[in-house]
Design a protein around this ligand. Structure first.
Ligand code: URA
Length: 429
């Protein structure tokens, strides 16, 4: 066996003392950890040093590259159309991928959305789509390419072959308090996106109570880091910085979020969901060479809906089948008249999770019909006794814990809250 060229302790010390790790040592560290030579204990010390001391732009590029090199790289070069992808850093009620992928594909762009399942208070796109009877998340690479060529849009599970180093590292960060390091989040997300092989990528980087990054300045730093990484790797990348202090839309859950997405595809739906879907579609289409595409027209005239139906059918789902409905509901009403001033995204996300819409462990099943339907949003005037939101669950015993999470999560005041734009900033290379 050839001796290892570096010593993990030297790499850890370099980062601990605030220095930059040389390229070959950093590549080795990622590779040796993936092989099991560098231990979890050593990698945890290293990731904590990164969290505390940061990384230079070049180190983040090398880290990302090393994670890409740990697995397969996909290619969409055989398709005769440009590819555009979108990634959201995750939020509450964030169902945007569902209307967005078919909408952009309706313009002849291939949209490969390799998605995940929810963990904790943020939902997962695959969980939402699995509410549709028959729909299948697992596709082979060949099936995915065939669907991209034919329908144009695919939303499916990311295979285990993309950036396996990230999978191992993410699980370690999750249990060592090192998820929040911007260099690690950026390299984790971008290694998977670059390995996937898309031509262009639009990032929806969220800030606020329901987001990973509570603070807009940190979200901006994350967005800038990811845009630089994508651009340096030849992927046309832009980011929108969007507000996640309030749940997106009116539905939080799985089946109800599919229902709301279908409303958007039918030309209706809540204004904020439409606004963000349209904003992200415009960005994706601009990167794919169609800056003047009339996105709203494709929602209004049914082109996006046609693509949605073909996309769902191609993965064995029945777009006309009734979606699951919960056995029990509980409606919360206003204790006074006034104006709704706040609905906290994080608390509503936790409540929906407690109702069964999310999972605590990766192996748990979600209850597709569970969730929350908002009947009002901040800024709406309400009368005492008026219904504010409805909780849905298969087991009424879950309501108490969900209501605990909602204690203090919303407010009714005398004056309307100040409105802030949903899309706060656009970040380009
Ligand atoms: N999502 C990822 O894929 N990785 C992170 O580090 C954080 C969010």
């Amino acid at each position: 066996m050839s001796p290892e060229p570096f010593d993990a302790v030297d790499v850890i010390r370099a980062k601990r003392d605030g220095g930059a790790v040389p390229e070959d040592a950093l590549r080795w560290m990622v590779d040796a950890y993936t092989r099991g030579y560098v231990s979890d204990a050593q990698m945890s010390a290293f990731t904590m040093a990164v969290l505390l001391n940061g990384m230079e732009r070049d180190e983040i590029r090398v880290m990302t590259d090393a994670m890409i090199a740990s697995g397969e790289r996909m290619s969409f070069a055989s398709l005769d159309k440009p590819t555009a992808d979108k990634h959201s850093t995750g939020g509450v009620g964030d169902k945007i991928t569902l209307p967005l992928a078919p909408l952009v594909a309706a313009f002849g762009i291939a949209v490969p959305q390799l998605s995940g399942r929810g963990l904790g208070h943020t939902g997962g796109t695959l969980d939402k789509l699995e509410s549709i009877p028959g729909w299948r998340a697992a596709l082979s690479n060949e099936e995915m390419l065939a669907q991209l060529a034919d329908v144009g849009a695919v939303i499916c599970a990311a295979g285990t072959g993309l950036a396996p180093a990230d999978k191992k590292l993410y699980a370690l960060r999750d249990v060592t308090g090192t998820v929040e390091a911007i260099p690690l989040i950026a390299s984790s997300i971008m290694s998977k996106k670059i390995a996937e092989g898309t031509d262009s990528l639009v990032l929806d980087v969220k800030f606020g109570t329901g987001a990973f990054m509570k603070d807009p300045a940190r979200a901006r730093e994350l967005a800038e880091t990811m845009v630089a990484l994508g651009t340096d790797s030849g992927v046309k990348t832009t980011a929108l910085l969007t507000d996640m202090n309030t749940p997106l839309g009116l539905a939080i859950g799985n089946a109800n979020e599919v229902r709301e997405s279908v409303e958007v595809l039918a030309g209706g739906g809540p204004a904020d969901v439409v606004e963000l879907t349209v904003a992200l579609a415009r960005e994706m289409l601009a990167l794919a060479g169609q800056p003047d595409a009339d996105v709203e027209a494709a929602l209004a005239d049914g082109r996006a809906m046609d693509t949605w139906r073909r996309m769902i059918r191609a993965q064995d789902g029945d777009p006309d089948a009734p979606l699951p409905v919960a056995r029990e509901t509980h409606t919360v009403t206003a204790s006074r008249s006034g104006v709704v001033t706040r609905m906290d995204a994080y608390d509503f996300g936790i409540a929906a999770w407690r109702l069964g819409a999310g999972r605590a462990r990766a192996e748990d099943a979600v209850v597709h019909a569970a969730g929350i339907d908002l009947l009002v949003k901040p800024g709406d005037a309400v009368a005492e006794g008026q219904a504010l939101f409805t909780l849905s669950a298969d087991d009424g015993a879950r309501f108490d814990r969900a209501l605990d999470a909602l204690d203090g999560a919303y407010e009714i005041g005398d004056t309307a809250p100040e409105t802030a734009p949903l899309v706060r900033e656009r970040i380009t290379a």
